[in-house]
Design a protein around this ligand. Sequence first.
Ligand code: C2E
Ligand code: MG
Ligand code: MG
Length: 704
Amino acid sequence: MSVSAAATQVGSLLTDQARTVLETTSDGVFILDRDWRFTYLNAAAERFLGRGPGELPGLNIWDEFPLAVEQKFGSEYHRAVRTGVAVTFDESYAPLDTTFEVRAFPDHNGLVVFFRDVNDDRRLRRQQEAHAQLTRAILDSLPAHTAVLDSGGTITSTNMPWDAFGAAAGLDAASWSTGVNYLQVCQRAADAGDRDAAAVIMGLKEVAGGARASFSYDYECSTPDAERWFAVHAVPLLDHEGVIVSHTDITSRVLSERRLRHQAHHDDLTGLPNRRRLLQILAEAMTGQDDATGVAVLLVDLDGFKNVNDSLGHDVGDALLRDVATRLSAVACESDVVARVGGDEFVLVAPDCDGDAATALADRIRASLAKPFDIASMHLPTAASIGIALSRVTGGRPEDLLRDADVAMYTAKARGRDRSQVFSPALGESAHDRLALAAGLRMAVTRGELFLHYQPIICLDSGAVCEVEALMRWNHPERGLLFPGSFIELAEETGVIVPISRWLLAEALRQVAQWSRQGLEVAVAVNIAAQHLSLGTLFDDVSEALGVAQVRPEQLIIELTETDVARDPERSAAQLCALRELGVRVAMDDFGSGYSSLGQLASLPVDVIKIDRSLVKDLGTISAATDVARTIISAVTQIADSLGMATVAEGIETAEQRAAVTELGCTNAQGFLFARPMTAHDLVTSLPLTGTSPSAHAAGGPSC
Ligand code: C2E
Ligand code: MG
Ligand code: MG
């Protein structure tokens, strides 16, 4: 009998039932006889060992797989046969490039061996471990504290930031870590009234149930010590067997958004609501107003604030605005709102406030602002013009209330400043008139409606006319003769002042040339607006006008106010110096009317100081104000004298005033006492013009 036939005989000892079982199992099974020959292999065994059906039965295992003898296969099979005890081991077999898990059972016929390829299992396990490690590394690397929940809401794992957050917040691990039901924690907070917690529960349940792909929600988690916000974000696990919930600290984002929102609605300098926010506040106040009384809007505009800014600098101006904001807030009631809507414009919104109450409030504001402000070692008095608009009168939208308050405020300014004015429909019409006036002014030059009056300036020593000041007049087609007080400011606001100013130069010099031809040599002083100076063309315009009129530069005096020069000192100084080098004189007009600085007098590039009427008007009377005025005038004349400048006392109406300014050292004077402004014709006929040479006044002031 052949070896293979004998082996087959041993294999045939298996019952059909056992054979069927063995053929269907996925494990490899083979049986060896006591001479190590295969007597049976199931199909899986032949496949694992890489042999065809029926190829191995009858053959010796060590002949067929010689390397295996030296491995556990050799040693363990022999041990099993020798001891009669089953063995179990794992061993790889290089020629087959695989690893087997082996169980061998000895019996008196030989050895029954069960084995299976465990390469795939191991690979799978290794993959699973690597996957788990990767997942954990990703979880831990997330800055947000994150937990994985099962579908019932129980925390199955957490990342390191989660644990760190819990520890930092002093949370008990038992209420915070793996095993705790996250939804139940939220539910307890929701039961205590936390609406955010209720929203989070709903969102998480929807994600877990597949109703939505993700859920995000921002919530506040502030403590008395610190404000904090978090964004909770939930996504389902891939198998929908749970949810990943992360909590990102968004405190800095929320705070910066808040800051931006605040900045968009508030004024940087004072921290008060700005115009945009004011309109919202007004809309809310108008909705909730008591119809019987209504809302009052008080527009507070500081008088002469530009002077403070120009003369004392922007730092002082800013400090003043901040202090004004504080005082206005102190005057306001709790239900009132104070806002800043422009440079020196503040608005106070007073709900349930009628006209009388608003006027009383405006009086309190003015009284509060009248107390001097202590800024940079100075006591600055401040006044304000206040326009009041009432929702009962204006009705309409918040913008309409502000517009009417603006009209009322302008009226208060026009009526002399430092007062309040309640808006009425009649005022609205006059604002309309103002616009019409501005339009007319634009055409006044071309229509020949402007003309000049001339007022003599007297030399106090001799009583002779030494020069004349040109003062503009407007022959309005409907309103008749208008004085500069009613249109110069409007001309400056609307920019018409520059063409008007050029006309003024040409006309004044044309007149001087005509007087020269009549044998009268007189210099003319013209008032130049700040805008003309800022434009930078003053020197060219003056040179051109002198050339066209054929007038010598010495016959022209340019008058500017101190604040005009202070607006842009360097640019002004350059132009004024160039004019003075040409021979034109420069006069500082209205000195003492604003925040004039005696200290700065010496550095002004001017030849003449004109002392304002406000300092002169009390001279000749006995009062404390007179003493102050005398001291100031005396200081100005002394400084001017030492610098070789002339001084003109403005607004002299009485002989006492004339005597006083003469005694105080003024060189020249101007005022109704000597002559009122008059036409060029009247001037020639009524006054004993002496033909004073302009060179009688040596040019003084700091040289350029
Ligand atoms: P100002 O340059 O200080 O001119 C003097 C003003 O005082 C003139 O007023 C004059 O009529 C007035 N006045 C003169 N003596 C007396 C007096 O004894 N008592 C009183 N109460 N007033 C006196 P006016 O003509 O109404 O001009 C007012 C201001 O308008 C001028 O003040 C000047 O700042 C400005 N202005 C006048 N003409 C022009 C101009 O052509 N261009 C520019 N930009 N401004 C001008
Ligand atoms: Mg003047
Ligand atoms: Mg003046």
